[in-house]
Design a protein around this ligand. Structure first.
Ligand code: SF4
Ligand code: SF4
Length: 110
């Protein structure tokens, strides 16, 4: 199973953490990509994906069922925060545990 397969059968990190990023990453700003209507301002300089600013969190762009089959509906447009989140890290394990999912081996091939 590849790293992509693992994430497509998980989605826990998209429904656990507050997913925040520099507000300039929204498509309301030059060079930005994240659809602004899916974001919410949380500080003067940062926005979050809607749905992740509260608890329990779930990003509005996440489709499907956690731990079964999921997809990001804005995948090509997602923020750097989403792009840089790594599978097999303690943070990944933390999100998975919150959804009752076992940790993954860090050595799973990409
Ligand atoms: S919690 Fe880990 S395995 Fe699950 S989608 Fe996020 S990065 Fe992938
Ligand atoms: S934008 Fe996509 S990758 Fe980022 S938290 Fe939402 S569903 Fe997950």
């Amino acid at each position: 199973m590849s790293a992509t397969d693992h994430c497509q059968a998980c989605g826990a990190c998209c429904a656990h953490f507050r997913v925040s990023f520099y507000w300039g990453e929204s498509d309301a700003h030059p060079g930005g990509s994240v659809p602004q209507h899916l974001t919410i301002p949380i500080t003067p300089y940062h926005s979050a994906m809607r749905g992740t600013e509260r608890a329990p969190a779930r990003c509005v762009a996440l489709d499907g069922h956690i731990g079964r089959r999921v997809g990001c509906t804005i995948y090509p447009l997602r923020s750097t925060t989403c792009r840089e989140f790594e599978m097999g890290t303690p943070e990944c394990d933390k999100a998975r545990a919150a959804h009752g999912l076992a940790p993954l081996d860090a050595g799973v091939p990409a």
